[in-house]
Ligand binder design. Sequence first.
Ligand SMILES: *Cc1c(COP(=O)(O)O)cnc(C)c1O
Length: 384
Amino acid sequence: MTDRIYMDYAATAPVLPEVLDAMLPFFTGKYGNPSAVYGEGRETRKAVERARRQAAEALGAESSEVCFTSGGSESDNLAIQGTAFALREKGRHIITSRIEHPAVLNTCRWLEKQGFSVTYLGTDAFGTVDPEAVAEAIRPETILVSIMTANNEIGTVEPTAEIGSLCREKGIVFHTDAVQAVGMLPVRADALHADLISLSAHKFHGPKGIGALYIRKGTRLDALVHGGSQERGMRAGTENVPGIVGLGKAIEIAEAEREENAERIRGLRDLLAGKVLAGVPGARLNGHPVKRLPNNCSFSFPGIDGEALLLRLDLAGIAVSGGSACTAGNTEPSHVLQAIGLDGEMLKGSIRMTLGRETTREETEKAAQVLCGIAADLRAMRGL
Ligand SMILES: *Cc1c(COP(=O)(O)O)cnc(C)c1O
């Protein structure tokens, strides 16, 4: 896909060459099972434990607090189901928000069928969850609060530190899905006051199909995958060694270069937003104006069909995401955009553009210009 302009980093990001280089030996020459006691096994065990230290370091955690999973979705499931089943004798109430990723929302909905009750908090018009609302929703039987660090659709950064510290005070487990935040914001277990933190490598230039859950020491959790004693019994199955090595390398680079990267990307994001808001009459930027991920632009354009805009941009060589549930073949309006109060034309006319490490100024300017042209065209076709 040469000459394309990729603006969907919130969906996934390419593996960095250094990450691939680190992974490659573990597909061929270094193939031992990390559970094996002979040399080949010790070699891969060492690599897995090194990656665990890299992840722990990035999170300000201890190695023993990092559990590798198959990705963000599994980490969310492990955190939520794991807590629910470990603590069900203590209580069966969970608090989350209406703007969480489906991996959190659908896990909670499934738990409702298993006899748990869930409070889905709304947000303000910027997509911010109010810590006061969390405090008010807490009941004696509340066992878990799950609020994301930053939203994948509109980029809003949530007050996780406040929410986490009030959970800590009440002795309630706090989980945060930080999948979008790694590499963009500091994700430190202590600063977030989190007991459980979900990560996914492919969102920070690691490989797909590998993630991690930070599990604060002493947090009680039931496993989802039963079998061998890998991952301290939290996740059975022979480790995805190349993936784990890739995650370790990717998070090390993401953290080392975070500030510089985020600042550069923020500049391009502001350029894009400025040009698009000026170039498309009535355009609006969704999400919080300031407390947002540095790489996210979520736009609504009244009088324009977001789906048509997305397809026209694709034809013009620009990859962006729709405002609907972000999956091909699914045209359900976005639960996040609905939660922040969008309806009608604003809801229908939404797209998400997310920038990243490889995005250039030239691409940003071109994308803004092409988008403004297509938007005018689509409106002209409707006689607006
Ligand atoms: C992408 C994403 C996930 C899912 O991660 P996978 O590794 O694709 O399963 C979960 N939460 C958020 C916020 C995401 O953006």
